[in-house]
Design a protein around this ligand. Structure first.
Ligand SMILES: [Fe+2]
Length: 381
């Protein structure tokens, strides 16, 4: 039996932003717009968004205090303002942090409690209020995922709520909104998406639907990201990478991420790298660990053949290509430059074991010996 989930309606393509007003009017009379500080002005879309909403009789309140890796307190602050301003639904315009914050506000505004109370998704008694997600990066796939990532910065912890209920109602995906994305963000966000697709493809929960989306996205990212980095104003390439990122979101909603993402959540509060760079640096070595355990060999050979149209006998050829791709972008594939103490590994292992769903999908056994080895390999070799 295979199950396929994508509860989010998707409007995709150049100029899809133009549908915002009409679509928003179907969700209520007052929107709570979530974004980074002064972001709509900086993107040059403030007047356009305001005019579209006004034309469709939708009032709005702007909450533009979102910072990367949103803290739980920020979502609670958003929830209070949402209620005080009597809003009906949320519009999130920004990267993954903004969309996740939008998910948090939409959920908290109709459920009693703080984000931390909903790690067990059965506690989300009421369906969150409608959320329109408009990504301005191409990577997290948050516009279609069932994941809400938030940080508890005081305690250096990163958490994920996993529930179909938090999927946005609508994703408006306009590649023009990524045209001004700096090169480093273009690269790190796309690499995050690459890791989503590879992990989803290799997970035991994968199915033919997930495989088709994963293969297509991995091929696009590996063969076209470097071209885009050299030609950042190429709208066609922006569109292709953005589409891959959205597909990557559908992949992980259906097949989950794997051990890389779970380990990354433990490491990230202790280093100064973006999420995409952390998971990207880890990718080649974790793949090599898989094949050394006799896992996923055929799948990696198949991925290579799909991407390059050539037959190979060893999955190492695929891993070498991935490694070269990662080194070309990040110049390193370990964390020696982050000075992460080996004393933290026991704490990291505990964090990995808090992810109860991982053993069900992981191609390798999630036991202390494997995870300890993996942390040592990815951090220090
Ligand atoms: Fe990710």
């Amino acid at each position: 039996m295979n199950e396929i989930i994508n509860p989010t309606k998707i409007i995709f393509g150049i100029d899809s932003l133009n549908f915002l007003g009409e679509e928003a009017s179907m969700f209520g009379k007052k929107a709570f717009i979530v974004s980074y500080e002064n972001f709509l002005e900086k993107m040059g879309i403030k007047n356009k968004v305001q005019n579209m909403l006004k034309k469709n009789n939708v009032d709005y309140f702007v909450f533009d205090k979102i910072k990367p890796e949103p803290d739980l307190s920020l979502m609670e602050n958003g929830r209070d303002l949402f209620k005080k301003n009597k809003c009906d639904f949320v519009i999130a315009i920004g990267g993954g942090s903004v969309i996740d914050s939008g998910k948090g506000v939409a959920m908290l505004s109709i459920n009693q409690g703080a984000c931390i109370d909903f790690l067990d998704d059965k506690k989300i008694k009421n369906s969150p209020l409608p959320l329109i997600a408009m990504p301005t990066t191409a990577g997290t796939g948050s516009e279609v995922t069932k994941y809400l990532v938030f940080a508890d910065k005081k305690n250096k912890k990163k958490f994920t709520i996993k529930s179909e209920k938090v999927c946005p109602s609508l994703a408006i995906i306009d590649p023009q909104l990524t045209l001004n994305l700096p090169k480093n963000l273009t690269a790190t966000t796309a690499v995050d998406s690459l890791v989503h697709c590879v992990e989803g493809y290799l997970n035991t929960k994968s199915n033919p639907y997930v495989s088709a989306l994963s293969l297509m996205s991995v091929k696009t990212i590996i063969t076209k990201l470097n071209k885009l980095i050299k030609n950042p104003r190429n709208l066609k390439l922006r569109e292709e990478i953005m589409f891959s990122a959205t597909l990557g979101g559908i992949v992980i909603t259906n097949a989950r991420t794997g051990v890389i993402h779970t380990m990354a959540a433990a490491i990230e509060p202790y280093c100064h790298l973006s999420h995409g760079e952390v998971v990207g640096r880890m990718l080649p070595k974790v793949l090599r660990f898989y094949i050394n355990q006799g896992k996923c060999r055929k799948e990696m050979v198949k991925m290579f053949q799909y991407i390059y149209g050539q037959k190979i006998n060893s999955p190492e050829v695929f891993i070498k290509k991935v490694e070269d791709f990662i080194l070309d972008i990040f110049k390193t594939n370990n964390f020696k430059d982050q000075n992460i103490s080996e004393d933290l590994i026991d704490e990291f292992i505990k964090r990995v074991f808090m992810d109860k769903g991982l053993p069900e999908v992981s191609p390798i056994n999630i036991n202390v010996k494997n995870i300890q080895k993996l942390f040592k390999i990815v951090l220090y070799t």
